[in-house]
Design a protein around this ligand. Structure first.
Ligand code: NAG
Ligand code: NAG
Ligand code: NAG
Ligand code: NAG
Length: 377
């Protein structure tokens, strides 16, 4: 049981350029800012609590869903703002076989595993480390060691996430090292965005473009069938920018009250990733290429966001299951109050040899970087 203190509704740590060291087992809130862009995070689940940027009229706008108090995240079922893993997304039947060994995982959604199980990375306290600001903005780093057998997964895994904020972008670097056994690793950032403002109502009129010609269809429990099919002719086709709501009610496509589907991102190269923000110990993948995965824009605020990533997949989720969730400032989130663009590997890869592998061999590293670029007009 994490130790929570009374001050958790207050901003207590980390202004620009100050080193922050966490006390083990304590939940804290961290505040970082660059120009008029400010961000709040917590080491509980390495979560983003808020990201405030000026809208087209200069009004500060919080574009991520969340709660006022960190305590609210303890019983949270939405994964608001969290890093999810050790294996993000679903694993069918809560099991897999690796090199002849069979692993039974924690089944936390029907008979399947979702986002690493009941006590996945989103539900644990991470250690935090702040750094002095440099030209790349202030990185805030969270660490966690996932132990052998945690939620059923093999071997100890050291996980690290680095958030680097700039006035016009946020870089998220996810890294892991399999310390002593081979294990699947698939990490994702699970922020629910609403570029019109977290309390601006549904996102159905926002325009989205997803640079993916193919997607991985799912069965009625949202487990991939193993096929990789063209989006062409389906409501999953976002190759041309259009309103999220325009095909959301089309019948016969297993659209359950909205999108919750993995896209295979096309391999168009966008830009070379600059040298990683921290370069501290982990085997860097500096220069690994980021692909533009999605572009989203809100007419309400004029805020747009480009998402580029090194990951092969993008889970597009339109907050379908939000219902009467009491969020920041007492605002009640309902279905479609936000969208998630979860860059990651494909769901249930451990059970589909034709999907890109998520196995990290003992002693090897995992890394995944995503850049969120903001533009207001
Ligand atoms: C921040 O916002 C204020 C008020 O809108 C504005 O005057 C100022 O230029 C902005 N600063 C930056 C760095 O954008
Ligand atoms: C894995 O390695 C860590 C140190 O890196 C060690 O503490 C732990 O006991 C090892 N676990 C197993 C199951 O070998
Ligand atoms: C599977 O086992 C073989 C033989 O021990 C080993 O060489 C290989 O690296 C293992 N593969 C994984 C993914 O652990
Ligand atoms: C976002 O991507 C589009 C290409 O679709 C590009 O025209 C635009 O300049 C990009 N914006 C940012 C802020 O990178």
């Amino acid at each position: 049981m994490p130790k929570f203190s009374f001050w958790l509704c207050l901003i207590i740590a980390a202004t620009f350029g100050i080193v922050v060291n966490s006390i083990e087992n304590e939940v804290k809130i961290y505040w970082i800012y660059q120009g008029n862009t400010t961000m709040k995070l917590t080491n509980f689940g390495a979560r983003i609590i808020s990201l405030v940027i000026p809208d087209k009229n200069g009004k500060p706008t919080d574009i991520v869903l969340g709660y006022d108090c960190v305590e609210d995240y303890l019983n949270d079922k939405t994964y608001f703002g969290a890093i999810v893993g050790r294996v993000a997304n679903r694993i069918g039947g809560a099991q897999f076989t690796l090199n002849g060994s069979h692993y039974k995982l924690d089944a936390n959604e029907n008979q399947n595993t979702l986002h690493g199980g009941r006590k996945g990375l989103s539900q644990v306290i991470w250690e935090a480390e702040g750094r002095y600001a440099d030209d790349e903005g202030l990185p805030l780093t969270f660490f966690y060691t996932s132990r052998d057998g945690e939620e059923g997964f093999p071997g100890d895994v050291l996980v690290r996430v680095t958030y680097s904020l700039n006035p016009k972008n946020l870089r998220v670097e996810l890294e892991a090292k399999a310390l002593n056994k081979s294990t699947p690793v698939n990490l994702a950032q699970h922020t629910y965005w609403n570029l019109g403002g977290h309390n601006s109502g549904d996102i159905l009129s926002d325009e989205v473009q997803i640079f993916a010609s193919n997607f991985t269809p799912v069965n009625d429990q949202l487990i991939p069938t193993g096929e990789i099919l063209p989006v062409n002719g389906t409501p999953y086709d976002f190759l041309k920018s259009h309103k999220i709501g325009s095909h959301i009610n089309e019948k016969g496509h297993l659209l359950r009250n909205g999108y919750d589907i993995n896209y295979a991102i096309d391999h168009e190269v966008k830009q070379k990733s600059p040298v990683s923000g921290c370069g501290c110990g982990f085997q860097g993948d500096d220069g690994e290429r980021l692909k533009l995965a999605a572009v989203v824009r809100s007419k309400k605020s004029g805020i747009g966001m480009n998402i580029s990533t090194t990951a092969p997949g993008l889970q597009f989720y339109t907050g379908n299951y939000l219902k009467n969730v009491k969020g920041k400032g007492g605002y009640i989130y309902q279905a479609h109050a936000g969208y998630c663009f979860e860059t990651q590997g494909f769901p249930d890869s451990v059970n589909h040899p034709n999907f890109p592998s998520q196995i990290v061999k003992a002693g090897d590293y995992y890394s995944h970087e995503t850049l969120y670029e903001f533009e207001t007009k």
